[in-house]
Design a protein around this ligand. Structure first.
Ligand code: TEU
Ligand code: CA
Length: 573
């Protein structure tokens, strides 16, 4: 029997490493496993419990590794399997766990499985992917011959003609990422074997990339035409498709149930509703432990992420409250505002200018005191801001690059397109980690694959760790609070002031302890419309004011970007 409680992850904090941009030890300008090993003290110093590695498998890098050509290998740009085993030993020696990122909705088009599948209609692996003849007997390649009208996430049609066999294959993200056919049990069992092998190598769990996309409606119906015209929205036919829960329960039964130790399963689920998440994370259903949701990171999008939208704190509160409330009794939340696919939160929701440090701490405080497992994305603990995306060539990610190309082909103005697409471009969060104020921020000894932010001269890990008032040490204190105050992990959640456009306020309660969490999401001093007199004898657990401002703190007003967590004991009702 394992010493670990099955739900050990409820009091854990996860740190996400995007290996390409973390640390380059061999001087080729690209992050690698030895670089991670060299910097693990930075990660462990936060007190995090789990390290999640974005993909490090062999890949043509069409989507920076989310296009896998060998699920069991290590891409030479990151190192060798021996480097990986060393990294795993170091992570475990520091008392942390390691979670791998499995991309099971699709492989790379260079994966041997797909190479075989496309070689001929009679190949034994033909049915490992989604192949269909041209629609309605049309000539292959003729307009409208694609089997459905679906668009791909990274632009263009979701179906690609393979001239050799005159049939189309499905890639809901891109032609370089053909979707695996989970209707085929051979595919599912091959993937479960990949999981078993990584578990036998000693890893502690998996982040499952777009795992709610793996069950498609086999009828493959057309989607409603999207705002972009032409292509249809196929997502109703593959987001949480007809067999998704059957597949997740089978995965759990085949891979997790037989293991002695718990296996952490985090499902990334674009488009997942809170009711679906309740089903995926209900422990009695034996599917997943938690899901990565997208609802709260789409509230400031327009009709799409490429159309201008506005941020309203009330929308963020409504979304997070919905997820906290629905999953309160059964299921579990992941908590994040940053990752490799999102702009930097301090630029998006905070102030990356005058109040960068304070607003980064406020965002972290408000997020980490929710009920759920917090995720810290590399650089977030330094308060790293967005990248300066001012030229077309600054947008190198496949998603943003394709969007810009499509709009320029339609005659759009380059400066306008770059400014608008750059707002939510994934490139924002993929600038190299900033270790010190030297030329390449000590990320690499040579020109990095992507430019280091000029701010690295003042925003870097060396400065942060030496400064008790840094964002880094604030994250360390928040993580310590999660490990010491049971109310943070197990307390209930009550949103306050849902209609207040400036202040985020909620309570957490467990038996006789009550926490009040306050965050000012503006650059102005604001009144808190709550009966705070009742909290006058409460203990200040954590805040983000520097000493002078703290000395003049006002009980019922919050300074610009101020965060405040109070704790009091109360007689349970
Ligand atoms: O992302 C899933 C996904 O849908 C996001 O790409 C999202 O659509 C967009 O980027 C943010 O709005 C996962 C990985 O995290 C991402 O890096 C991969 O590109 C994608 O799947 C395909 O594997
Ligand atoms: Ca390297």
């Amino acid at each position: 029997m394992s010493q670990l409680a099955p739900d050990w992850w409820k009091s854990a904090v996860v740190y996400q490493i995007y290996p390409r941009s973390f640390a380059d030890a061999n001087g080729d300008g690209i992050g690698d496993l030895q670089g991670i090993i060299d910097r693990l003290d930075h990660v462990a110093g936060l007190g995090v419990d789990v390290v999640w590695l974005s993909p490090i498998y062999p890949s043509p890098q069409a989507d920076n590794g989310y296009d896998v050509s060998d699920y069991l290998g290590i891409d030479p740009i990151y190192g060798t399997i021996e480097d990986f085993q060393r990294l795993l030993r170091e992570v475990h020696a520091l008392g942390m766990k390691l979670v791998m990122d499995l991309v099971f909705n699709h492989t790379s088009d260079a994966h041997p499985w797909f190479v075989a599948s496309r070689s001929g209609r009679d190949d034994p692996k033909r049915d490992w992917y989604w192949w269909r003849p041209p629609r309605d007997g049309k000539a292959p390649g003729s307009p409208g011959a694609e089997p459905t009208n679906w668009g791909a996430a990274f632009s263009g049609p979701a179906w690609t003609l393979d001239p050799r066999t005159g049939e189309y294959y499905l890639g809901v993200f891109s032609p370089r990422q053909p979707d695996l056919n989970w209707e085929n049990p051979q595919v599912r069992h091959a993937l479960y074997e990949v999981m078993r092998i990584w578990l036998d190598r000693g890893v502690d769990g998996f982040r499952l990339d777009v795992i709610n996309h793996v069950s498609k409606d086999p009828r493959l119906p057309d989607g409603e035409p999207t705002v972009l015209g032409g292509s249809g929205d196929g997502s109703p036919w593959f987001v949480a498709g007809p067999r998704i829960h059957e597949f997740m329960q089978e995965m759990h039964r085949e891979v997790v149930a037989p293991r002695r130790d718990p296996v952490l399963l985090i499902g990334e689920m674009p488009g997942c509703t809170v009711d679906e998440a309740a089903r995926f994370t209900d422990p009695d259903r034996h599917e997943l432990d938690m899901v990565f949701t997208f609802e709260h990171v789409q509230i400031d999008h327009g009709a799409t992420k490429w159309q201008p939208g506005t941020f309203d704190l009330r929308d963020l509160k409504a979304s997070l409250d919905r997820w906290q409330t629905t999953l309160a009794q059964r299921g579990w939340n992941s908590l994040y505002l940053n990752n490799h696919d999102q702009p930097r939160a301090v630029s998006r929701f905070g102030d990356d200018g005058r109040y960068r440090v304070r607003s980064a701490k406020m965002l972290a405080t408000v997020l980490h005191l929710h009920r759920g497992t917090p995720f810290v994305y590399q650089g977030e603990e330094l308060g790293m801001p967005n990248a300066p995306l001012t030229r077309v060539e600054d947008l190198v990610d496949v998603e943003s690059r394709n969007q810009v190309a499509r709009e320029l082909a339609e005659g759009a103005d380059p400066d306008e397109v770059v400014a608008r697409v750059g707002r939510f471009a994934r490139d924002n969060a993929r600038t190299p980690m900033q270790w010190d104020d030297s030329q390449h921020a000590d990320f690499s000894s040579t020109e990095p694959w992507y430019p280091v932010l000029v701010e690295h001269e003042t925003i870097n890990a060396r400065h942060a760790r030496a400064d008790p008032g840094s964002v880094y040490h604030h994250y360390r204190r928040l993580i310590e609070l999660r490990h010491t105050e049971a109310t943070v992990v197990h307390g209930d959640f009550t949103m306050l002031l849902p209609e207040d456009p400036d202040v985020y306020a909620y309570t957490r309660r467990l038996r006789d302890v009550e926490l009040l969490v306050l965050g000012n999401f503006t650059g102005e001093t604001v009144a808190v419309d709550l009966p705070l007199a009742a909290w006058s004898d409460a203990e200040l657990l954590i805040d983000n004011l520097d000493v002078p401002d703290a000395a003049t703190r006002e009980p019922d007003r919050l300074r610009p970007w101020e965060a405040r967590v109070l704790r009091r004991r109360r007689t349970p009702e």
